[in-house]
Design a protein around this ligand. Structure first.
Ligand SMILES: [Zn+2]
Length: 247
């Protein structure tokens, strides 16, 4: 299976659907069929969820205050590239991360929008390079995690905590959750079939949100381990044994 072709085609289909929906075409001309929504659920293609697996490379989230300290008074994040999830973007800005014994990672991308707490998300290999023993945590659960120093063109910030290895998770909306029979907080299993290096990931946390599109986030180590770019098949399913009916 040629994944890039599939993604391009489905991406184009999604754009067309969006354009039609925005023009009111689906709602007014076709009319809602009984039991079927007039507009497809967010991110769906051809009447079903369109699974996407993305590698989330090392990045940081910043507070408004830290943006101003690092990039100068009055600075705001400047969107450079939209992420697949609506409203989220990679900013033009990057920071340098400094760990203990002056080890550093240059050019760590800042993702927007800003957040109430600054947080640095690394893959295991990154944390080894930096000399920080970062625990696996879900985004936002940073109590008791190590800190680091962030350096920008205008200043630096000492984070007392917030350095984590982001735990694998899947974003989805209510329609996706119903399709898979899961709820927010459940764990799922992701199977990546790749030539000579297939990997099954357990413990994929469901993060359900009305505005989300179906997308699994794994880190660079996980993505490289299964050669995600060359994967022939990806399967997302409930954790085996998670269902009382035996599936
Ligand atoms: Zn995510």
């Amino acid at each position: 299976m040629n994944m890039s072709t599939t993604i391009d085609r489905s991406h184009i289909e999604a754009l067309v659907r969006k354009a039609i929906a925005e023009a009111g075409g689906l709602a007014s001309s076709s009319g809602a069929q009984p039991g079927k929504p007039a507009v497809a659920p967010l991110g769906w293609v051809d009447g079903k969820p369109n699974l996407r697996v993305s590698i989330s490379a090392r990045h940081c989230h910043l507070t408004d205050e830290h943006v101003e300290i690092l990039f100068g008074p009055g600075s705001v994040l400047e969107p450079d590239k939209d992420l697949y999830q609506d409203g989220f973007y990679a900013a033009k800005q990057t920071v340098m991360v400094v760990g203990p014994r002056r080890r550093m990672l240059p050019n760590v991308r800042v993702l927007g929008p800003t957040r109430p707490f600054s947080q640095l998300e690394l893959a295991f290999t990154d944390s080894i390079s930096l000399g920080i023993d970062a625990p696996v945590r879900h985004s936002g659960k940073i109590d008791g995690t190590p800190g680091c120093v962030l350096v920008g063109p205008a200043g630096s910030v000492q984070l007392d905590q917030g350095v984590i290895r982001a735990a694998r998770h899947v974003h989805m909306n209510d329609h996706d959750a119903a399709y898979y029979g899961v709820a927010n907080g459940d764990m799922m299993q992701l199977v990546i079939k790749s030539h000579d290096c297939s990997v099954t990931f357990d413990d994929v946390l469901v993060r359900a949100d009305k505005a989300a599109k179906l997308e699994v986030h794994i880190d660079t180590d996980e993505g490289n381990a299964c050669h995600l770019d060359a994967a022939s098949e990806v399967i997302l399913q409930k954790m085996p044994g998670a269902c009382a009916c035996g599936h």
